[in-house]
Design a protein around this ligand. Sequence first.
Ligand SMILES: Nc1nc2c(c(=O)[nH]1)N[C@H]1C(S)=C(S)[C@@H](COP(=O)(O)OP(=O)(O)OC[C@H]3O[C@@H](n4cnc5c(=O)[nH]c(N)nc54)[C@H](O)[C@@H]3O)O[C@H]1N2
Ligand SMILES: Nc1nc2c(c(=O)[nH]1)N[C@H]1C(S)=C(S)[C@@H](COP(=O)(O)OP(=O)(O)OC[C@H]3O[C@@H](n4cnc5c(=O)[nH]c(N)nc54)[C@H](O)[C@@H]3O)O[C@H]1N2
Ligand code: SF4
Ligand SMILES: [Mo]
Length: 736
Amino acid sequence: MSGLRLYEPNGELTSLLGRVDGGFGVGQVPRDKQPDATTTTVCGFCSTGCGLRIHLRNGEAVGLTPATEYPVNLGMACPKGWESLAVLDSDGRATSPLIKDADGIQRPVSWDIAMRTMTERFRAAQTIHGAESVAFLSTGQITCEDMAALGVLAKFSMGMVHGDGNTRQCMATSVAAYKESFGFDAPPYAYEDFEESDLIVLVGSNLCIAHPILWERVLRNRRNARVIVIDPRRTETAAAADEHIALKPKGDLALFYAIAHELIRNDWLDHDFLAQHTTDFVGFSRLVERYAPASVEERTGLSADIIEGLARTIHDAERASFWWTMGVNQSHEGTRAAQAIINIALLTGNIGRPGTGANSITGQCNAMGSRLFSNTTNLIGGHAFDSAAHRNKVASILEIDEARIQQKPGLAYDEILNGVRAGKIRALWIIATNTAHSWIGRGDVRDVLAKLDFLVVQDMYRTTETAEVADLVLPAAGWGEKEGTFISSDRRITVTKKVKRAPGQALSDFSIFKLAAAYWGDGALPAHWATPEDVFTDLKRLSAGQPCDITGIEGYRMLDERGGIQWPYPTDCDDEATERRLFADGRFYHRDGRAKFCYEDVRDAPDATNERFPLVFLTGRGSAAQWHTLTRTGKSAILRKLAPREPLLTMHPSDARLRGLRERDEVEIASRHGRTRVRLSLSASVGIGQVFLPMHWTQANEVTVPVFDPYSRQPSYKATAVQVKQARKARKAAKP
Ligand SMILES: Nc1nc2c(c(=O)[nH]1)N[C@H]1C(S)=C(S)[C@@H](COP(=O)(O)OP(=O)(O)OC[C@H]3O[C@@H](n4cnc5c(=O)[nH]c(N)nc54)[C@H](O)[C@@H]3O)O[C@H]1N2
Ligand SMILES: Nc1nc2c(c(=O)[nH]1)N[C@H]1C(S)=C(S)[C@@H](COP(=O)(O)OP(=O)(O)OC[C@H]3O[C@@H](n4cnc5c(=O)[nH]c(N)nc54)[C@H](O)[C@@H]3O)O[C@H]1N2
Ligand code: SF4
Ligand SMILES: [Mo]
C-alpha cells in the first residue's frame, strides 16, 4: 500500500460536513450528548430519494429527522429512512478483509494481503483462461462515483469484458422499453405529477409498501384524482385505491392492447400528437385490431366491460398518468408490456404535460445512476459501446487509450452465471448485491458460485448468503459512512454524505476501487480521480450533449443547497424549478424527434400452470420495514417489530380448503425448479389459484424458475407455476 494515499482514510470525516447549520436541543438528552450541528443527506434505501437531516455531535451522527424543506419528501420519511443509522452499528459488519483458508474458514487478513491476493488470482485466471474469465456483478446501491470507478477500472484497465448489476433484476426492462420507444432511457416525470393528475394508474406497483413517501404524494393530489391499481393481489395500495383491477398474472400486455383497441375503435385519440410526435401508429393499430376486449377475457381474467370501462376512464381524464414497477418489469414479456403502457400515453397525448406520463418508478437509491454511469449495459454516461464517436469522447475525457474501450456491451447477469456454469468465467467480483439470495432460482446459484476458482464479495456485512461463500470478503463502508451522488427515480441527482466512521478497517467502495487500481498497476484509474467529487466532474463532462446533460451543475455544494437537481441541467439551463418533467415540447430522443410505437404479439408465459403445478407463485415486497434480503433492515430491532418474523405464504382460503390446509400450517412449495418450506397465512388478498411470498426471505428464490424477457434479460420473478402441500413431518428419530 506504500505510496498510495487513500482519499478517505477511515479515521477522518469528510470536508463536506463543514457545511452545517446550528444544532438544536433535544428534551430528554443530557447536555453532553446533545447534537451541536446538523447537516443534510439523502436516504440510501429506495429510489424515492428522501432528504434527511443528520444531527451531529463533534461531527458524527447521533440521530436524524426527515428534511422538511426537501422537494421530494416534504418532511416525511418511512420506517427504513428513520432507522438508517441504526443498521450501521450492528453485528455482522465486515470489519477486516477475510480470506478463506484451506479448511474453508474465512480468516482476517490485512488489506495488503487481500489486495495482493485479488490481483494475483484475477491475473492468473486471465493468463490461463483469457481476459473474459474474470467478471463483476454490481448494484444500484452504491454512488455514481463508486460505479464509475468500478466500471472504468474493471472494463478499461483490468480487461474485464463482462460486468453487470442487480439493476438487471429490477430496471432493465424499463431501460430497454424507454430506449426503443423514446430513443433514450428517460423516465419523463416529476413527483409533482402525482399531485397534478386526474387519473393515476398504478400497474404492478405496491406503492404504499415499496415507495411509501410517493404514496404520500398521491394523497396530496390537488385534483381529486381517481386512483386505479392493476395488480393480481389486493395489495395495501389496491385496498387504498378507488378501483382495483385484479388482473391475471402476466395479463398486462393483452390488457393494454385491448385498451388501445378500444381507444382506437372509439377514436379517443390525440390525433395532433400522433401526427406530429410519433411513428408507426398505423402498424400498432393494425396489431391491436386483433385484441378486442372480449378476446382477452381469458388471458386477463377481466370481463370486456371492465376493459371498456378502463378505456373510457382514460379517455375522460384530462390528465392521466401511468406508473409501473416490478409487476410489469419482471415478466417474460416485460419490455413489450412496458411499451404497451407507453403506447397508451402516446395514443392519448398523455405525456409532457403536468399530471401525465408513462412513468417507470425505480427501485434502489441509485438504480438510475447505474443505468447511466456503471459502464455495464451502456458505455459510461449513457453512451453506446458500438459508436466510434462515443468511444472517442469517453477516452479523451478520461484520458485513456481509446483501444481499451470494448466495442460491444458484455454479457447480462444470467449469461455471466451461465459462463460460470460453463467454466468460461473463473473469477467473479460481487459488489453490494446478495446474489445467493436474490437471483432467480437461487438453489442453483449457490452451486454455480461454488464452481468459481475465486469469488470476491465486497459488502458491508460478512454474514450475507453471498459473503459467507466468498474466497475473499472486502469490508465496505455503507450509506452514511461515505460520500457521493445518487440519482433518484425522478432523475434527481443528490448528494449523500459521510456522517459516521465505518467500523474497523472497512473502507468506502471508492477507496477499495482506488486500492485495487493501485495494486493492479499504473494508470488503472485516471490519475486525476483523487476524490469522489473529481469523478463527478468527469461524469458531468461525459454527460455533455447527451439527453442527461448535467454540465450546469457546479458540484456537490450546489446539489446540496438546491435539494438535488434533476437531469437535464445543461450549462445554459434557465429553468430553476425544483420539479421538472421531460417532453413538454413533444420532442423525443430519436433522430426524427418522434416517439416510436413498439409492439409484438402476446406470448404465453413459459412456466405455465398445469395439473401438477396448478398455482401461480407471486413474489415481491412484503412490508415497508423490510429491504430486500434483510442484510440491513434485519439489523434494526424497530424494523423487525414492524414486519412478520418469519416467511408466510399467503393463500386464498378456498385453495387452502381444497388442500385441507389451515392457517399457520407448515407447507411445502414445489416448482419445476426447486422446493421449500414455509408457514401458511390465509387471506383473500391473493386471488384463487395464486399464492404470494415476500422476496425478503431466502425461500422465495428456492422455487422461482429462471425465465427472462428476451430484450432486457430481466428475470420473471412473479409467475412461477407451483404446487403447495402440507409439509410431511420430519420422521422422528428412532428410539434407542
Ligand atoms: N419496503 C421496501 N421498499 C422497496 C424495496 C424493498 O425491498 N422494500 N425495494 C425497492 C426496489 S429495488 C424495487 S424494484 C421496488 C419494487 O416495487 P414494486 O414493484 O411496487 O414491488 P413488488 O412487490 O416487487 O411488486 C409490485 C406488485 O406487482 C404485482 N404483480 C405480480 N405479478 C404481476 C403481473 O403480472 N401484473 C401486474 N400488473 N402486477 C403484478 C405484485 O402482486 C406486487 O404487488 O421497491 C423498492 N422499494
Ligand atoms: N423472488 C424475487 N426476487 C427478487 C425480486 C422479487 O421481486 N422477487 N426483486 C429483485 C429486485 S427488483 C432487486 S433490486 C434485487 C435486490 O437484490 P440484492 O441486491 O441482492 O438485495 P440487497 O439485500 O439489497 O443486497 C445488497 C447488498 O449490498 C450490501 N450493501 C449495502 N450498501 C452497500 C454499500 O454501500 N457498499 C457495499 N459494498 N455493500 C453494500 C448489503 O449489505 C447487501 O448485502 O432482488 C431481486 N430479487
Ligand atoms: S421512502 Fe425510500 S427514500 Fe424515503 S425514507 Fe423510505 S426508504 Fe428512504
Ligand atoms: Mo429492484
